[in-house]
Design a protein around this ligand. Structure first.
Ligand code: BES
Ligand code: ZN
Ligand code: ZN
Length: 505
């Protein structure tokens, strides 16, 4: 969907339909809608008085104007009670409205800036989050659809109508939205793609495209090079797969930032997780194609960093491989030596995420990072603990955790802290190696975090996001269609944007 601005007097706006937002009765009309109804659509006043549309959150009603007007349809979307409106509700309301426009096959849809008047947000925020909600809700993964698609897109065009020039800051928001949505869509496309397409080589190709488009430095390490460097844990997981495995290193260092300490984003890139020799049950195993959603989020964030030329040095590290059972696969009981020198006793080959991440985390320290953030679909235990609404966040600085939690809330990627205390290490003590890769089932998400922490010096602020429950949705969430969610992209981008303002001791 294209987005355009159109500045003209109210009476001369033209479109196949116009989208308005309304609070739940009795406070039905936010100021913009009221003004428009008074001046342009008095007929609508009576219809809104009928009780068909109460403005309940995500409720949508389409009204048809008397013949002769320039805008034949009005799509009203409910925001719910005024006092309960937040950005999550705003995003999904706009998504519901634009999906209705798609269903009605409207090509040109007007979204008047005045529809946002009277909402309890800054105009920039209201516009940005409305547009992102709409774009995000219209997203579809169509990589393998050959039927039922005729190339037509509804809506084709969203016209942001205003009476006076919107000014640069609002215009800039539209650009920022396009960039953010491109990043989120890239992450979703990659994670929704089946594992026979989205192989480690495919992720390399995606990284290469980004590097060509935006001038990122790219280093693609194959598994031989990784093993020779000493990445025994990453290599152990990769040895069971016939798909070539790679560690991808992308660097965004705009002019003037080349010698800054970088932010490092590390993403788990298991393109399919069978569990390996500790084979997973067959039921729902197909979902494990999205076990590279951490890497996809990092690539998505780089799409935005590049498009927006965000002035911060950022390095993305993605260890990418399948986790397969095979004659050569690593086995429970094996002891592997990680890049850090620490040895790991493999108890479950299904705890492969931490195996590939630990070497990536150690490798990241070569860049003298100012902070490290890793994202991984790491544990089913995190899904048990938090469900699908919040990702787990663990880290070695309370203030940093809180800052990321706040950013997550603002941008719609919710994260909730889990405690990271040394006594959880007890569970992974090993008789033969420095520690094991899993303990018993208790506190699984925290133990995953404790494992990763063994590879992080205390001097480096670090955050681990366990996105196992949030990277994929089986439900259609209106602003997030069923499938890969792109979770984490916006958090990473905002972190890069605001790093200077985040006080991390
Ligand atoms: N990729 C899985 C975790 C996962 C589960 C991601 C559900 C998304 C949805 C991970 O590699 C895994 O298998 N973890 C094991 C860890 C266990 C062996 C300690 C798990 O959660 O069972
Ligand atoms: Zn696994
Ligand atoms: Zn996994």
């Amino acid at each position: 969907m294209e987005i355009q601005w159109k500045t003209a007097s109210l009476g001369s706006w033209e479109a196949d339909g116009i989208v308005f937002l309304a609070f739940e009765k009795p406070a039905l009309l936010p100021s913009g809608l009221g003004r428009w109804v008074e001046q342009q659509a008095r007929w609508l006043r009576d219809l809104l008085d009928l009780d068909d549309f109460q403005g309940k959150h995500q409720q949508v009603a389409a009204y048809y104007a008397p013949p002769g007007g320039r805008i034949p349809r009005v799509v009203c979307v409910g925001l719910g009670p005024e006092a309960k409106l937040d950005l999550f509700k705003l995003r999904s309301a706009v998504a519901a409205g634009l999906r209705k426009c798609r269903e009605m096959k409207l090509r040109r849809v007007a979204f008047p800036l005045m529809a946002l008047e009277g909402l309890p947000f800054l105009p920039q925020t209201a516009l940005r989050e409305s547009l992102l909600g709409g774009l995000s809700g219209l997203y579809r993964y169509t990589g393998f659809k050959t039927r039922d698609l005729n190339g037509e897109e509804f809506p084709e065009l969203l016209v942001l109508t205003t009476e006076t020039d919107p000014g640069d800051s609002l215009r800039d928001e539209v650009e920022a939205c396009r960039a953010l949505m491109a990043g989120v869509a890239l992450a979703r496309d990659l994670a929704s793609a089946p594992a026979n397409e989205a192989t480690p080589s495919h992720l390399v190709a995606a990284a290469r495209r980004l590097s060509d488009a935006y001038g990122f430095k790219l280093h693609v390490m194959d598994v031989e090079e990784a093993r020779n460097l000493g990445m025994g844990a990453f290599a152990a997981v990769a040895q069971g797969s016939r798909e070539p495995a790679y560690l991808i290193v992308l660097e965004h260092a705009p002019p003037g930032t080349e010698s800054d300490r970088p932010l490092v984003f590390v993403g788990k890139g298991i393109t399919f997780d069978t569990g390996g020799i500790s084979l997973k049950p067959g039921d729902k195993m197909e979902a494990m194609k999205h076990d590279m959603a951490g890497a996809a989020a990092v690539l998505g964030a780089f799409e935005v960093l590049g498009r927006e030329s965000i002035p911060r040095r950022v390095i993305g590290i993605m260890p990418c491989t399948e986790n397969m059972p095979d004659g050569k696969a690593y086995k429970p009981g094996d002891v592997v030596r990680s890049l850090s020198g620490l040895t790991i006793e493999v108890i479950s080959t299904d705890a492969e995420g931490r195996m590939v991440l630990c070497d990536a985390l150690t490798y990241s320290q070569r860049f003298d990072p100012c902070a490290i953030v890793d994202l991984a679909t790491l544990t089913g235990a995190c899904v048990v603990a938090l469900g699908h609404h919040f990702a787990g966040i663990l880290g070695n600085r309370e203030g940093f955790v809180r800052a990321v939690q706040d950013i997550g809330w603002e941008v719609g990627d919710r994260v909730w802290p889990l405690p990271l205390y040394d006594f959880y290490f007890e569970g992974i003590k090993s008789d033969v190696a420095d520690f094991k890769n899993v303990g018993d089932r208790s506190g699984g998400a925290i133990v995953g975090g404790i494992f990763l922490q063994q590879f992080i010096p205390d001097t480096i602020p670090w955050i681990h996001l366990d996105i196992a429950g949030t990277a994929w949705t089986t439900k259609d969430l209106i602003a997030i269609p069923q499938g890969a969610t792109g979770f984490g992209v916006r958090i990473l981008v905002e972190l890069a944007r605001r790093w200077h303002a985040i006080a991390v001791e």
